[in-house]
Design a protein around this ligand. Structure first.
Ligand code: PLP
Length: 381
């Protein structure tokens, strides 16, 4: 079978071959990093080496990198590990922030976004000012559905004026745009390996040295007591390698951005009713959330899949089910519009052939769905 046009990097990026190689090697180490014997020490050295490299890549200290099972656990730990603080979250956070926040505190405050999906900083300030109890503010750096980039540094300086901590979910932008914890002013930062060419099931919560976290996973005292459980040695090694490769390859993101822009322009040439959501905001260069007028997201995803093109419907980077997108809803989109949105996300292996295949399949589906409509679509697209 021909290689599919894989355009679902925000769900998971294909693992880079160099990462597969270091994971295979690490799987041979054998020892438990907590064991004192030679095999254990080899594993420990690999974990600590990866910790130093991840810390350097985000401008943090290795002592503040807590390896987790991925972005979800990092987000849960960031919110749940700050006992006693109230929670303020943006309306477009990932489910692992929103769900955890409401479970921890049903009185979690939600800060709205504008029609491009960007947080209302005035509303954030008002939410902070209404109550003296210190808060944790959760604001992602880039949205997984639309790619919209948030003003995290501004939000952090507002939060700090009210003695709040700023937690930033950087799962999507890490490896796609330059980022450094000190520039963001973030007190807590969540990362995940599998969005940039690393393995699934590993990530990190990185904190500022002064931030005290209370463990959620209790057991053998690993990760300096912040997160018990035998470390995923091979995953951690693969994570560090993937992050280094992605960041060394950031120039390629400019090219990816051009491919994404060309894709959007070509769909708009097919029909001006093809809307790109979040286009008014600064966005990750690899992400496009767009609608096919009058065609449900699920129908599009299935038809594109049959044509060898892999994309996601709205927020479906989580469960395989096509749910109503809380992100598009928060941006004020009507149900009819939001329900025709798909997410196309490019990455390190994307080529112009993938874009051609996507545009061809999208155009063919568009034409098939409106036999009554004459002259609106370039049937030969
Ligand atoms: N945060 C964002 C913005 C995401 O897109 C994802 C991906 O699904 C996560 C968190 C969860 O990360 P993980 O899949 O590593 O648990």
């Amino acid at each position: 079978m021909n290689r599919i046009a894989y355009l679902d990097y925000n769900a998971t990026a294909p693992v880079r071959p160099e990462v597969v190689a270091v994971i295979a090697e690490a799987l041979e180490y054998g020892g438990n990093p907590s064991s004192v014997h030679a095999a254990g020490r080899v594993a420990r050295r690999a974990v600590e080496d990866a910790r130093e490299r991840i810390a350097a890549l985000v401008g943090a200290s290795p002592a503040d990198v807590i390896f987790t099972s991925g972005g979800t656990e990092a987000n849960n730990l960031a919110l749940g590990g700050n006992v006693g603080r109230r929670l303020i979250v943006s309306a477009v956070e990932h489910g692992s922030v929103l769900g955890a926040a409401f479970l921890l505190d049903p009185h979690t405050e939600v800060v709205p976004v504008d029609s491009s999906g960007v947080i209302d900083l005035g509303a954030l300030e008002r939410a902070l000012a209404t109550n003296d109890r210190p808060a944790v503010v959760a604001l992602m750096l880039a949205n997984n559905e639309t790619g919209a980039i948030q003003p995290v540094a501004e939000a952090a300086s507002i939060a700090h004026r009210f003695d709040a901590l700023l937690h930033c979910d950087a799962v999507q932008p890490f490896g796609k745009i330059p980022l450094a914890m000190p520039d963001l002013g973030a007190d807590l930062l969540s990362l995940s390996a599998h969005k940039m060419g690393g393995p699934q099931g590993v990530g990190a919560l990185v904190k500022r040295p002064s931030v005290a976290i209370k463990a959620r996973a209790i057991g053998g005292g690993q990760e300096r007591g912040w997160r018990a459980g035998t470390e995923n040695v091979a995953g951690i090694v693969g994570f560090a390698r993937a992050a280094e490769l992605a960041l060394a390859d950031l120039d390629r993101m400019a090219e990816i951005g051009r491919l994404r822009d060309a894709l959007e322009a070509r769909l708009r040439a097919v029909t001006p009713r093809a809307t790109v959501f979040g286009a008014g905001a600064e966005r990750l260069p690899n992400t496009s959330c767009l609608s096919m007028p009058d065609v449900g997201s699920e129908t599009q995803v299935i038809a594109l899949d049959l044509a060898g093109v892999a994309v996601s419907a709205g927020a479906a980077c989580s469960s395989g089910k096509v749910a109503r997108s809380h992100v598009l809803q928060a941006m004020g989109l009507a149900d009819a519009e939001a329900s025709s949105a798909i997410r196309v996300s490019l990455g390190w292996r994307s080529t112009s052939d993938d874009i051609d295949r996507f545009v061809g399949a999208w155009t063919a589906l568009y034409a098939r769905t409106r036999p009554a409509l004459q002259g609106d679509v370039a049937l030969n697209g």
